[in-house]
Design a protein around this ligand. Structure first.
Ligand code: EPZ
Length: 419
């Protein structure tokens, strides 16, 4: 298990190119189950989570090649319809194979994804929707057992706009008989990216990005070649890095349109931000203004940027309230930031952040993917050295981020774990 060592104090300056979006690549790779044949996806990030879904599909009988960010998969000979516990426990998004397996194989056996550090992560919305489409669902021995003679289009009302729930049901409906209306769906850009690939494959999906998606079932689909959209959370993480270190970064190959709420909030903190079609230039502007934030489903402020923004507020010039409205336990990073001198008080789903003049470097522990990014940001501005343990969380969702930060001037390196 590696660790990351950071000496704080360097402003970040220079240019960086963002990787492809993990949360778009995962459902799109799962969608290859829907029809046999060879698919090729470009701009796929080299992440542990991508390796995990690759293992799930290899176990099902797919052939996969993945190098230089090109993911090529042939699903012509799928012989299994199971996503076993040993894979799902490593990456809960493996649940995304459930809908496509049902649509193509009419059967699926997927391990129930356990909870994780940030919450219980239940999947009743996925299962209720699949039942509405005609699937027989049973839960036994920690697995979802699902089967369906035929999936029939119907109206489904989600209780809440679940991202992977919307994706699972959209993929299950593309080959169903008749029309499906999905109401109260999530509207994240990664869902639009998935729908674009499904339509390229011959599906008939409309309304993505609004609160109701319409899917007209089709008889057949075909394999495609496509390019994965940029990762908006990695983009946001670099933006916060420029703002907090008072540096200036030009971010290439990103989609500013996917980050409107974050850009608004960062401008309020005082950062200078200039957006072009596929690039963002951001310049820090200290002292940092304190700004309140409430995380919400897209297009609201992204929960996946909450920890990173909290670090910025922990060295701002005032008092801010950060409300986490999506997950029930996404303040785990707070105790680690407090050890670095941050002044943060939690009350229910609200974190009261009083800016301090300086954080101090300390040994800290990563607990979930985005929290580990926030600890790197804190280490870059803290006085002294910060050593981050359990960086495997980081590797799940960031493609060589310490190398990218180092090229921007950060004093950061990956080292073997201390005995
Ligand atoms: C997706 O997770 C992302 N993962 C998460 O990113 C992201 O934080 C989350 O959406 C919210 O934007 C992927 O896309 C692979 P949800 P997902 O279902 O789909 C509750 C990262 O860092 N809920 O939208 O699992 C749930 O408990 C990850 O890359 C139910 O109650 O999130 C949560 O409180 C972390 N019942 C809320 O809804 C359900 O059936 C939002 O969950 C489903 C969800």
């Amino acid at each position: 298990m590696d660790e990351i060592l950071i000496n704080g104090g360097n402003p970040l300056n220079g240019e960086v190119t963002v990787s492809g979006a993990k949360n778009a690549a995962l459902p799109i790779i799962a969608a290859t189950i829907l029809v046999g044949g060879r698919f090729t996806f470009h701009n796929v990030p080299a992440l542990k989570d991508i390796e995990s879904i690759q293992e799930v599909l290899l176990d099902m009988g797919a052939e996969v090649e993945f190098h230089d960010n090109i993911f090529s998969i042939d699903t012509g000979n799928l012989s299994h319809f199971e996503a076993p516990y040993e894979h799902v426990r490593k990456m809960r998004a493996s649940i995304l194979v459930l809908g496509p397996l049902l649509a193509r194989m009419k059967r699926a056996r997927v391990s129930l994804p356990g909870g994780c550090a940030i919450g219980a992560r239940p999947i009743e919305q996925h299962l209720n929707g699949l039942s509405r489409l005609g699937a027989e669902i049973t839960l036994a021995h920690g697995y979802v057992e699902a089967s369906a003679k035929k999936l029939r289009g119907t109206e489904i009302y989600l209780d809440l706009p679940t991202v992977t729930g919307t994706e699972n049901l959209m993929m299950a409906a593309v080959l169903a008989e008749g029309r499906t209306l999905l109401h109260n769906v999530a509207r994240e850009p990664e869902i639009t990216a998935l729908a674009d690939v499904l339509n390229l494959m011959g599906a008939d999906i409309s309304g993505v990005g609004s609160s109701t998606i319409t899917i007209n079932g089709v008889k057949e689909l075909h394999p495609v070649t496509a390019t994965i959209i940029p990762d908006r959370i990695e983009t946001g993480t670099f933006m916060v890095a420029a703002a907090i270190t008072n540096g200036e970064i030009l971010i290439h190959e990103c989609q500013p349109a996917h980050l409107k709420e974050l850009i608004l909030k960062l401008k309020k903190t005082g950062a200078d931000i200039e957006c072009r079609d596929k690039s963002i230039r951001i310049k820090g502007n200290h002292p940092i203004n304190s700004v309140d934030v409430k995380t919400m489903p897209y297009p609201g402020f992204p929960t996946d940027m909450q920890a990173q923004f909290m670090v910025l507020m922990s060295v701002a010039n005032g008092f801010s309230v950060i409300s986490e409205n999506v997950f029930e336990n996404r303040f785990i990073h707070v105790s680690e930031l407090r050890r670095m001198g941050a002044d943060i008080t939690i009350s229910g789903s609200h974190a009261m952040v009083r800016g301090v003049s300086e954080l101090s470097g300390a040994p800290v522990m990563a607990t979930d993917l985005r929290a580990s990014a926030s600890l790197i940001l804190a280490g870059m501005v803290a006085k002294g050295t910060t050593r981050i343990k359990r960086v495997y969380h980081l590797d799940r969702g960031y493609d060589a981020i310490e190398k990218k930060f180092s090229r921007l001037g950060a004093s950061i390196k990956r080292v073997p774990a201390q005995s």
